[in-house]
Design a protein around this ligand. Structure first.
Ligand SMILES: [Zn+2]
Length: 206
């Protein structure tokens, strides 16, 4: 199975159960977790919490409702005015959730591509990052998904991505170390084969 198919399959078949639970069932599950902590889910302050948590989950994981590649559908060939060098978005905010602990990780991404025939509106690239991030995965998988989406949607001469993020599963639990940045990177096409180009990317993002 190609990674592209994997991305498309993620929401429905690869991860989601055959039948999605109802909102009431999801809220009941939150009440179980609250009770598990030793809390009384029926006390005044917690009565609305399950509904709020389920609503927040809808927002946190809204990426399952769209295909990241679809943001690149209206890429055009005549948008660049002849520009064919690195297009870089520096410092895209990344907010995602670790699939191992359901805890957030947050940081930024630097995403570049070398256009071939297709150039896309800059905000569309941010949408791709956002859609991939608003799902459960690891930072490694997120890096891969974004790059594969750009490759599939734009077929560029090359693309490059660096993500650096801080994971709450390391700062709030386990080793309890804050301030550690996890850095992942991926280079495709000319960014992979041309060391000088990669150096320019590094200089532009540092
Ligand atoms: Zn984790």
């Amino acid at each position: 199975m190609s990674i592209t198919n994997h991305i498309k399959d993620l929401p429905r078949s690869a991860r989601a159960p055959a039948k999605r639970p109802t909102r009431a069932e999801a809220e009941a599950a939150v009440r179980v977790l609250l009770a598990w902590t030793g809390e009384n889910p029926s006390r005044e302050g917690l009565r609305q919490t399950p509904a709020r948590v389920v609503e927040a989950y809808e927002e946190f994981f809204s990426g399952y409702n769209s295909d990241p590649i679809s943001w690149l559908d209206d890429a055009e060939s005549d948008m660049s005015g002849g520009y064919d060098d690195i297009i870089l978005l520096k410092g895209i905010r990344v907010q995602s959730f670790c699939e191992h602990h359901l805890t957030p990780f947050e940081g930024s991404a630097h995403l570049a591509y070398l256009p071939d025939k297709k150039v896309v509106g800059l905000s569309r690239l941010v949408r791709v990052v956002e859609t991939c991030a608003r799902r459960l995965q690891t930072q490694e998988a997120l890096t891969e998904q974004i790059i594969q989406s750009i490759n599939t949607g734009l077929a560029p001469r090359g693309c490059a991505l660096i993500i650096e993020a801080e994971h709450q599963c390391m700062s709030f639990r386990g080793i309890k170390q804050s301030g550690i940045k996890t850095v992942t990177s991926k280079y495709c096409g000319e960014f992979d084969t041309d060391a000088a180009l990669r150096q320019r990317f590094a200089a532009l993002t540092s």
